[in-house]
Design a protein around this ligand. Sequence first.
Ligand code: FRU
Length: 616
Amino acid sequence: MNSFKTAAVSALMYSLAIAGTQAATSGQGVQIDHLGVNNTLIRITGNERYILLPVQESNDDARINVLVDGKLDRTINVRLAKTKVDYCVPFDLTPYDGHEVTMNVVTTQGRSTVREAKEDACWKNIALTDEFDTYNREKYRPAYHHTPLYGWMNDPNGMFYKDGIWHLYYQYNPYGSKWQNLSWGHSTSRDLVNWENHGVPLEPTGLGMVFSGSCAIDTNNSAGYGADAVVGLYTSADASQVQSLVWSTDNGETFHFHPGNPVITLESEARDPNMFWDDSTGQWVMLLAHALEHEMIVFTSPDMKTWTMQSSFGKGLGAQDGVWECPDMFQVPVSGTDEKKWILLCNLNPGGPFGGSATQYFIGDFDGKTFTPDKDQEGNVPTKWLDYGKDHYATVSWSNTPDNRRTVIGWMSNWQYAAEVPTMQYRSANTLPREIKLFKGDDGQIYAASEPSPELLALRDRLTLRVNKTGIGEKTRSFPLPKANDGICEITFDLDGTRASAIEMVLKNDDNEKVTMTYDPSMHTFSFDRTSSGIVDFSQDFPAVTVSPTFEKNGTISLRIFIDRSSIEVFGNDGRFAMTNLVFPEKPYTELSVRAIEGKAKLQNLKIYSIKTNSK
Ligand code: FRU
């Protein structure tokens, strides 16, 4: 029986092979040959700039070997469309001008005949084009937050400042809006507000995908690539996670791969190297996340190529769930004192305060080799969070910043549902950039404030509402939000809640989609309820209430709230608490309504600014 079947199958395959040319279809400049039930050759004969690959997100990845003059150039994974096309992704053909390009596609979907496989939607929709249109058509795409032109983005990484330009790299899939083909995308800005896209300078190599890492400016030419070369260290991820060195002499536009890579190998998962020059010891220091061990390993190096393990930090400390990832560490003055302290950022997933991914941090001292955390009065190392929303992850800082600034940016999503949010052309934005400052809390502990970067003041367009002072009773008072640009805006105000049990602030539209924020002056908490904020049913982890301590004792808070189509960032008391949450209202919120619960409150300095958009 078995042998009969085999014979029958091979007879069938043979006849199809003979009929190969009949099985081929061709669009303009593209010839498609179906070689077998899950194997197809795409021969590109046209001269256009891009081939558009049709994607269906619910489908499995097809593996595409790109052959240039018959030789394997690279392999990409694309969810080629089977029954319907969600969108197309471009594959850039310009690097291969004058060469023969063929794509050998292996799909995983079970097909019993080639005839059936030929019906897949992707084959009919593959096309060549000179233009790939990245015009923003999605209503949830933020207007003033950094987003990739299209495709999937996660962690910001490798960021540095040089010659007046903020360089931002990010975990990027150029071939779909879900995590895959991890590369570094590159954007730059002169003002932290307007971003320009620079393409994809780091793509997977034979050592694996390009995971997170860091870049430093090699002022003293310690690595030998020239003074002021940009040197990067990132995780090459395949069956193992190893660390690879790259360098750039054109300010991070293109990178060279160090031939001696990998420069660090460990036997267990270790990733996201974050390096910096330590002036006090005259050497490079690097933190590497020993992900499953919940520790950050400290290495030192004279030249960024040879690294010596010095210590490890974190076992048993802080939040210990999930994996530890994306470390960062730097020294910051403590406001109002002469002291400087080190802060160690430790992103973890899952295990955040409201589920999924979040950024915790430790305050302490660093002697060039070992980080020693501060303890509380009971002798414990407290767990501290940089942001009390659900959508703030992989936060790291820019290196080489001016004026001793410590500017950080996060990924504005959560691994729980990042791939399911209701966008398609692109997935995920960054948070607004923030300045890290340290302050002493009433409990004697040192905490991190994250204040919106000063450049963000330039976002303010028209002052659409101003109320200097008004009493708030138990009856709701409503204030209109700007209408322009789908209501994107900044709202600032101060609240005195000393004579109320709580103050409720609601952002809502006339479909009764709403976000309810509550300040509780006696508990010193601020909460954010997005359970009725709009579309919430794409993940059971999305509807949520997040709560933050307000780090005040006197029953008053000042708030800055940024709304950008699908995100709300709340900064309280100059960033002493921050809360970042995504929302997907069907229509923009049109009003802010405020009421006191049991008692009365004072609202002062209410200002609402509309924001201009440059986004296309
Ligand atoms: C964090 C992370 C990193 C890794 C990257 C891969 O979100 O898991 O640890 O380098 O994403 O995309």
